[in-house]
Design a protein around this ligand. Structure first.
Ligand code: GLY
Length: 378
């Protein structure tokens, strides 16, 4: 693996420098905003209005903290701090919050605390963890996703990126219950969301009284409810389970991450290492999801770090191939657009080939990992 990284160092360095140059400029134009994506002129929108409760609102501060951790430049810290303060509106509006509080606070306030020791940020993140823990269904041993009356038993695979917030809070407060909830949830999704072939359901519905799994639920972000294989969902599983392994040392989580990674790699080889939005959809129209490639790359880099020596190369090689494919054909490092990563698909056929801040975040995080920077925020 070291040899592979050394061979790719010129590419990694060149890409990193272009990325940092662009983000440095955009850190100024977004100083008081929380972007989701760019408009037709290439300018970022701003989702900081109202109660700022969108699940995507932690990613911009998260990118800025990654850049601050890597460069120490104050421009990134200022924009990150502003975004984190804006998110207080959402934290105070308890009822609007959902299971995505990990995406919102663990990489904004949590990153701030990790990097600077800021006590206010630590408290924000602990409040977010308490919100997540309160969503745990004791009989079902899962964390519910959303709030509406008719979705109280819905569990989505994306949640595997939210449970690291609970592992962190358990350690920080010496409250093992938070870790137990995270592991029960991880075990439940492992048992039911992951199909034997390594593909993954997006949403499963549970009986909220008995905890029985009732099968897939509607509103999938993939092509269809029963057979779909929504690539970003597969990527959430790869990265989410390896993170659960890193936090607990339980081999079954690493095995799950590897299983889904093998399935993912087998699928992307036929599309030049850029994932389709759904691996099991009609051949036409072609919807790509570059965000899935970036998230899966982050997961595979982490898998490569923890598997035995002679397994490492396969995961790192796939991660590099996916990142190179994004850089070669799906990135804009010019000033024509404020976003770098193009051709993200938000959900199948509804919101395709756009820029999205979560894709941008994982692209930046994967490059940060390839450069060898630490710490990881999850
Ligand atoms: N977590 C929502 C999504 O990936 O679209």
């Amino acid at each position: 693996m070291e040899q592979l990284l050394a061979q790719n160092k010129p590419w990694i360095d060149e890409t990193w420098d272009k990325m940092v140059d662009k983000l440095r400029k955009v850190s100024v134009t977004t100083r008081n905003t929380l972007p989701l994506g760019t408009d037709e002129t290439g300018k970022y929108d701003d989702k900081s209005g109202g109660k700022a409760g969108s699940w995507t609102n932690g990613f911009w501060p998260g990118i800025m903290w990654l850049m601050y951790a890597a460069t120490g430049e104050d421009t990134f810290r200022q924009t990150a701090e502003n975004g984190e303060e804006t998110l207080d509106k959402a934290l105070e509006a308890y009822e609007i919050l959902h299971h995505d509080v990990g995406f919102m606070w663990h990489i904004s306030a949590g990153a701030n605390y990790k990097l600077t020791g800021n006590e206010k940020s630590k408290n924000r993140n602990l409040h977010a963890a308490a919100v997540l823990a309160a969503r745990y269904n004791v009989n079902g041993e899962f964390i519910k996703a959303w709030n509406e009356d008719d979705v109280q038993g819905w569990v989505i695979i994306d949640s595997m990126l939210n449970v690291p917030l609970l592992y962190w809070a358990a350690k920080e407060t010496n409250n093992i219950a938070m870790k137990q909830m995270a592991m029960h949830h991880a075990d439940k999704t492992l048992a039911n969301h992951i199909r034997p072939d390594g593909s993954v359901y997006h949403i499963l519905n549970y009986d909220i009284e008995t905890g029985e799994c009732l099968g897939p639920a509607s509103h999938t972000q993939g092509y269809d409810v029963e057979h779909s294989s929504w690539s970003r969902g597969q990527a959430w599983a790869i990265y989410g389970y390896v993170l659960s392994y890193i936090h607990t040392g339980e081999q079954r989580y690493l095995d799950a991450a590897k299983n889904v990674a093998h399935y993912f790699i087998a699928n992307v080889v036929s599309t030049d290492y850029v994932p389709l939005s759904d691996f099991r959809a009609p051949a036409e129209p072609v919807y790509l999801d570059t965000s899935a490639g970036a998230i899966a790359a982050c997961g595979m880099i982490e898998i490569a770090k923890v598997v035995p020596e002679f397994e490492k190369k396969m995961y790192m090689d796939a991660a590099l191939k996916m990142m190179k494919a994004l850089v070669d054909n799906h990135c804009d490092f010019t000033d024509n657009s404020e976003a770098i990563l193009l051709n993200v698909t938000g959900s199948y056929a509804a919101d395709f080939h756009v820029s999205r801040v979560y894709g941008e975040y994982y692209f930046v995080e994967a490059m940060y990992k390839l450069k060898g920077f630490e710490p990881m925020f999850w």
